[in-house]
Design a protein around this ligand. Structure first.
Ligand SMILES: [Zn+2]
Length: 285
């Protein structure tokens, strides 16, 4: 957990030399990236690391983000068993330090008001208050979306994309802080029994729920389902993810990759529901 003593500790920082806009190794911007650059036009500063090009206003924040971003990219690709060496194009990562700037950007981009970050067409946009430590897992969550799109394409269904981003984002954040000597464990909170969404319904959702409380349940339960399948059998989960990204239906992909354990969706639900609504992080047999 994040404690007070934790927040007072300095973060190890990498040095991040600034690069002029016209000297960046890649200056191809999506429409949304152009909108971001339009916020406080001309005041953006820029830098690069191995896999990312940063656009920012506050240099210490960007230096801290660059360390986290490279760490997350490596860990998440490993988690998915993917070699990132062949992907040469860098990802543009926009860091908004100011709330009013972020509000202007999300309004211009017609983004959901509850979002603290977005992955869109290979670019990342995050809101990060100036300062060295983030209090949430927005950055690794959005980097997970980036890695999923790079290595599995754009066909991963919504619940699986968000569920895996929550799962890998929290594991990544925990290992980032553990590597720096902090006692950090992935967090989990139970899905309330009244709000529980049946698996067949959850996995068929093509859009976020309209109701804000159900949005939280949707993310939480999707993360639980990913965690449950990974804990059951990681290689089967990766085969399942691959089948889903290529357009398989949930029941078909499940039968193909978890046949001996869950012959059908009902068999999965029977074990998953108690796991999802438990206050603890139960182990999977
Ligand atoms: Zn997401």
């Amino acid at each position: 957990m994040l404690g007070c003593s934790f927040a007072q500790q300095p973060q190890p920082m990498g040095s991040l030399p600034e690069v002029a806009l016209e000297k960046l190794s890649d200056r191809s911007f999506t429409a949304l990236a152009m909108r971001a650059l339009g916020v406080r036009g001309g005041e953006w500063r820029h830098a690069e690391t191995e896999h990312f090009i940063y656009h920012f206003f506050d240099a210490p924040t960007a230096a801290a983000v660059s360390v986290e971003a490279e760490f997350a990219y490596r860990i998440i690709a490993q988690e998915l068993g993917k070699d990132t060496a062949a992907w040469e194009r860098k990802c543009h990562l926009f860091i908004f330090s100011d709330e009013a700037d972020w509000a202007q950007f999300t309004k211009a981009g017609a983004l959901e008001p509850w979002t603290g970050g977005i992955h869109s067409q290979g670019s990342l946009f995050v809101r990060r208050a100036a300062g060295l430590l983030s209090k949430n897992q927005t950055l690794p969550h959005e980097i997970t979306h980036l890695v999923l799109e790079r290595f599995f394409g754009a066909g991963v269904p919504l619940w699986l994309n968000e569920g895996f981003a929550e799962y890998a984002g929290s594991r990544c954040r925990a290992s980032f802080y553990r590597a720096r000597g902090y006692n950090e464990k992935p967090r989990a909170s139970a899905v309330s029994a009244e709000r529980y969404i049946p698996v067949a319904q959850l996995t068929a959702m093509a859009a976020y729920p309209a109701d804000d409380t159900q949005v939280a349940t949707f993310y939480n339960e999707s993360e639980k389902l990913v965690r449950f399948l990974c804990a059951t059998d990681k290689p089967s989960f990766l085969a399942f993810l691959d089948a889903m990204s290529k357009g398989a239906r949930f029941d078909t992909a499940l039968a193909k990759t978890f046949a001996s354990r869950f012959p059908n969706v009902d068999a999965l639900e029977k074990e998953f529901r108690p796991y999802a609504i438990s206050q603890f992080v139960p182990s999977v047999r």
